[in-house]
Design a protein around this ligand. Structure first.
Ligand code: NAD
Length: 416
């Protein structure tokens, strides 16, 4: 199992080990949960537009199948590696169990520079990657979804490629598809909506005044929609950023105008002629709420002490290292862990899969209502366990998620 061991995977394992100790988890179950069940490494060769051939490394990892088929996004990014994908798959297992979804966790990715690729190259990459992992995926086996630098269009290409191999249309093989090919209303905004909903619930438990302030790192699907709903909830969003850097206005950013600006220009930089700021400095701004919604491991033992936020909502997966987590707990920061905060995406992915299988589609209001119900229920469960057991939110969320998976494993036993 050495090949999984990088920083992100070790962090995911450390979180599990900590919770296993707190729960007195059966050692055999703990040992089985520390490793992914299945991992596939593939070469993804494609023709570039300039006629050259390039080979990219792709991965698909399934962590656990105790509760049902596996589920998890596909990421195109230059830092994708087996350890990271394995860690993300493990977090998906806890997230699905915490939200009571009938899934285990999986994740996939291709190590590439998507910003430098044309749409045609991205299509060839998505289709060839799908072909290479075809034996692992399927609506009853493993159901991918979008993640960093993949979107509805990528999912439509994956669905089409898979369907061509099978011989008929199989919309349920991926979620996060365009509505026109079996996607769900409300899916595109679900993750950010869920992040904002959990922040609203956290604010109800604390007194941060009438107009708390927020900074959001990353302005893609998760970050931009979180900012949109925070703004609608009356939070003053003072800073946002993307890969090119951040912008800051202490009086609050005009989020609806910024969303239009980013749709046109592809970046937050230059908005309202504001000076740009470093992504690292954004994390340390004096704000009530911080939402890291881009990469993993951005809050570490080197900067955790400098953070001034009272609530940290993990829009991204794994943005806080275990060492930083301890420092933030000591400072009394209310952390909404990623397996809760950003679970809205997989919740509505589940709704999409159910709708595809039933060939019966819901209204956007029905989707949003059910999303709010599941997120609210999970938030309260985490909050109540954290209060009752006197543990932090991440430990509480993982205790619930790991506990549900462990119960299923005990009931099913160890084959053969
Ligand atoms: P996205 O590709 O839509 O957006 C990523 C954003 O991060 C972009 O604004 C990009 O410019 C920015 N970014 C990239 N590198 C950066 C850097 N070094 N510093 C600052 N910003 C940087 O991706 P997304 O779907 O919004 O995913 C963001 C995070 O949320 C990921 O960690 C992902 O795993 C997690 N997540 C996504 C979903 C979902 O439904 N999309 C669900 C759960 C969790």
């Amino acid at each position: 199992m050495q090949e999984f061991y990088n920083e992100t995977f070790l962090n995911a394992q450390k979180q599990l080990d900590h919770v296993a100790r707190m729960m007195n988890l059966d050692t055999g179950i703990h040992e089985r949960l520390r490793y992914p069940r299945k991992a596939l490494i593939v070469s993804v060769p494609i023709k570039l537009d300039n006629g050259q051939t390039r080979v990219y490394s792709g991965y698909r990892v399934q962590h656990d199948q105790s509760l049902g088929p596996t589920k998890g996004g596909i990421r195109f990014h230059h830092e994708v590696n087996l350890g990271e994908v394995a860690a993300l798959a493990m977090w998906m297992t806890w997230k699905c169990a915490l939200l009571n979804l009938p899934y285990g966790g999986a994740k996939g990715g291709v190590c590439c520079f998507p910003e430098e690729m044309s749409t045609a190259e991205m299509e060839r990459l998505a289709r060839r990657y799908t072909t290479e992992i075809l034996s692992m995926i399927g609506p009853e086996k493993d159901i991918p979804a979008p993640d960093m630098y993949t979107n509805e269009q990528t999912m439509a290409w994956i669905m089409d490629t898979y369907s061509n191999f099978i011989g008929y249309a199989v919309p349920g093989v991926v979620t996060g598809k365009p509505v026109a090919v079996g996607g769900s209303l409300g899916r595109r905004e679900a993750t950010g909506r869920g992040v904002a909903h959990t922040i609203k619930m956290a604010l109800e438990k604390m007194d941060l005044g009438d107009r708390p302030t927020a900074a959001v790192q990353g302005f893609g699907n998760v970050g931009s929609i979180t900012a949109k709903y925070l703004d609608l909830q009356g939070v003053k969003v003072v800073a946002v950023s993307d890969v090119q850097g951040g912008i800051h206005n202490p009086n609050g950013l005009d989020i609806p105008r910024l969303l239009n600006y980013v749709a046109d220009r592809g970046t937050v930089i230059g908005f309202d002629d504001l000076d740009s700021m470093d992504n690292k400095d954004l994390l340390e701004l004096d704000v009530d709420i911080l939402v890291p919604a881009a990469l993993a491991n951005v809050v570490t033992e080197h900067n955790a002490d400098k953070l001034k936020c009272k609530i940290l909502a993990e829009g991204a997966n794994g943005p806080v290292t275990p060492e930083a987590d301890k420092i933030l707990q000591e400072k009394g920061v209310f952390i909404i862990p990623g397996i809760l905060a950003n679970a809205g995406g997989v919740v509505v992915s589940y709704f999409e899969w159910v709708q595809d299988i039933q060939h019966l589609f819901w209204t956007e209001d029905q989707v949003n209502e059910k999303l709010a119900y599941l997120m609210g229920r999970a938030f309260e469960e985490v909050y109540n366990v954290s209060q009752a057991k006197k543990v932090d939110n991440r430990t509480a969320a993982m205790m619930i998620g790991v506990g549900r998976v462990a119960s299923a494993k005990i009931l099913r036993g160890l084959y053969p």
